[in-house]
Unconditional design. Structure first.
Length: 148
């Protein structure tokens, strides 16, 4: 159970609707698997175009899926008519990403009215083995969507 109460009872359907505009996410093949108040989980199969010159998941792919999951975790807690944008993100890479797929988990640690503080983790999955390859921290700014 989530430690947060959403301020928008329709947050899950709003996120599903917003996903239609996430063109880069779809181009990468990343899909959300779980949508909860304050926590988002997504996965994608690893393909050749996700890899860098040494055969590892590109750091930009890792950072992107962290940004997506942390951003939507924050979005799940804003009131109707508001959205979130990334104000700051910091990624730490622990291990090369290799495997069949990768999974990202984004969570809100502290929900404020103007800023959301989030954490994220990315795991490489190979068969039944999960390995932590990166973590992140971000600040998501809450914005009035009616002004944009």
């Amino acid at each position: 159970m989530s430690k947060f109460q959403p301020r928008n009872p329709e947050f899950e359907s709003n996120i599903i609707e917003r996903l239609k505009g996430q063109h880069f996410m779809h181009l990468m093949g990343f899909d959300l698997q779980s949508i909860k108040a304050g926590e988002i989980i997504g996965e994608m199969n690893l393909e050749q175009h996700h890899l860098q010159q040494f055969g590892y998941v590109h750091g930009g792919v890792t950072a992107t899926i962290l940004d997506i999951t942390m951003g939507f975790a924050a979005f799940s807690l804003v009131p109707v008519g508001f959205g979130t944008v990334t104000a700051n993100i910091s990624v730490d890479y622990f291990h090369p990403g290799q495997g069949e797929k990768i999974m990202a988990i984004g969570k809100v640690e502290k929900a404020g009215k103007s800023m959301m503080f989030c954490t994220g983790e990315v795991y490489a999955i190979n068969k039944n083995e999960k390995k932590l390859i990166a973590t992140a921290r971000s600040v998501m700014a809450v914005v009035d969507a009616k002004k944009h």
